[in-house]
Design a protein around this ligand. Structure first.
Ligand code: ACO
Length: 433
């Protein structure tokens, strides 16, 4: 290997190590440390994976410095404005945009797998009505592995494909049923004549007693939200799905693990936290108080919907959603206009503040999604569930890519051990208190 393709590392002034340097199609070069331990006896230390590429992937590229997000090479803004969620789902799974026949076939496959095994209804009934819908999601999605035995063998490409179709098709049904259950309303079955987004809205909001027309603006906004959340390379929940799957676990169990990870307020739970924060701030005159709290090191409060591990610039998804906010508020409003006004003022003030400028904290995708959900009449506890519905295709694409990779290994990080050295066991009656 030429020295151009290697990195020399000196340890304590000696022991020169030559490590291979890898190049992707875009993004920073990567130092290959795979043989560092076996050849040289060292581990690397990177809690939080701030500088570690955990895998090779061709699905999504992010340049956080410039605020760029590409799926299979296509900019997110173009996908959000010119395509549908079904096209993006196909793209993420298959590497190319579908032609019309491929798209119709894919849509039809998804549409014909949206119903749930009827027995799963009893699982819902086992939950308390006030259970958080994400708790229900983790449970029901995990339980799918107990129902669909013919799509659990990950070594069989037909079963893999069936698992993907089922998971993608059933996720909106599972989510809408979690909502209906929390409301004490009857479950609504899917409709095959509706689009993915419209069908979800139908299952969420229609009642057996009167007709429900899905508003085209709501349908478009929901579809766009699904597109914007569809994948985001190796984020925490996706990495969880990959790690869980690396042991060969079945896809339903792995997606349940991803949902559990997404639930946390530092990840998918942030959109719920943003709305709660805006409701707590209430009026623009209280913004300085909350900004001061966000900057105070002794106060655990953070400005929710601000900051991102990867984006050190405006999250491109947030700009698209900000535009969607105006559209949806014009169509349905639902009394959310003051919240949008408050959010816009908060954004302006935070972006002008030296603390946020120095730390390069910009609005992320969650900053505006909550306002749209609220305007649509979706309760706060369902926000992260919607994120999970959208992200399922990303998890599945990354899962598929991983299990198809002949280099796949079980994920098994190492550690910097800081505990006791070996010591002698003392029987309980001989220990000094
Ligand atoms: N408000 C105030 N200060 C912040 C914020 C914030 N929202 N985010 C980061 N900071 C500060 C930190 O206190 C830290 O300051 P320090 O260097 O003086 O210690 C610095 O900025 C860097 O923050 P880290 O937490 O180290 O950055 P990390 O990359 O680990 O965290 C994260 C990113 C978790 C998203 C963080 O910005 C955050 O908690 N934001 C609020 C929650 C949120 O909106 N999450 C959604 C993320 S997007 C998604 O999951 C779809």
């Amino acid at each position: 290997m030429s020295s151009k393709n290697t990195v020399k590392v000196s340890v304590s002034g000696e022991n020169i190590l030559n490590l291979p340097l890898l190049e992707g199609t875009l993004g920073p070069r990567v130092i290959d440390v795979r043989k560092l331990y076996s050849d040289h006896g060292y581990f690397t230390y990177d809690p939080g994976f701030t500088s570690t590429a955990s895998c090779e992937s061709s699905i999504t590229f992010i340049d956080g410095e410039k605020g760029i997000l590409l799926h299979r090479g296509y900019p997110i803004q173009e996908l959000a404005s010119q395509s549908s969620f079904m096209e993006v789902a196909y793209l993420l799974l298959h590497d190319d945009l579908p032609d019309l026949d491929q798209l119709n076939h894919f849509r039809s496959e998804i549409t014909h797998h949206t119903m749930l095994h009827e027995q799963l209804i009893y699982f819902y009934r086992g939950f308390r009505r006030d259970a958080h819908p994400m708790a229900i999601m983790v449970g029901i999605v995990g339980a799918l592995s107990a129902f669909y035995h013919d799509s659990l063998d990950i070594a069989d490409p037909d079963q893999q494909k069936l698992a993907v179709i089922r998971m993608l098709a059933k996720m909106p049904t599972i989510a809408a049923m979690a909502y209906k259950y929390s409301q004490g309303q009857p479950f609504v079955y899917p409709r095959n004549d509706l689009s993915y987004a419209a069908n979800f809205l139908h299952m969420m909001f229609s009642l057996p007693v009167e007709p429900y027309e899905v508003s085209p603006v709501m349908e478009r906004a929901m579809d766009r939200i699904f597109i914007l959340h569809a994948d985001h390379e190796q984020n925490a929940s996706t990495s969880t799905v990959r790690l869980a799957s690396s042991s060969g676990a079945n896809p339903f169990a792995c997606i349940a693990a991803g949902i559990a990870c997404l639930w946390g307020p530092a990840h998918g739970g942030a959109n719920e936290a943003v709305l709660e924060m805006l409701q707590e701030i209430r009026t623009p005159d209280r913004i300085p108080e909350f900004l001061a709290r966000a900057k105070d090191k002794d106060d655990p409060f953070r400005l929710m919907g601000f900051g991102h591990r990867v984006y050190k610039n405006y999250d491109p998804r947030a700009s698209v959603l900000r535009e969607s906010c105006y559209e949806i508020l014009e169509d349905v409003g639902n009394g959310s206009e003051p919240l949008l006004e408050l959010a816009l003022t908060l954004e302006k003030k935070a972006l002008a503040d030296p603390y946020f400028q120095e730390k390069r904290l910009f609005p992320n995708v969650d900053f505006y999604s909550g306002i749209i959900f609220k305007a649509m009449g979706i309760p706060t506890s369902m926000f992260t569930v919607l994120f999970a519905v959208a992200r399922t295709v990303g998890w599945l694409s990354q899962w598929k890519e991983m299990i198809e990779d002949p280099k796949m290994k079980i994920g098994r990080p190492r550690q910097l051990y800081k505990g006791h050295q070996k010591r002698k066991f003392v029987p309980v009656n001989e220990r000094n208190s």
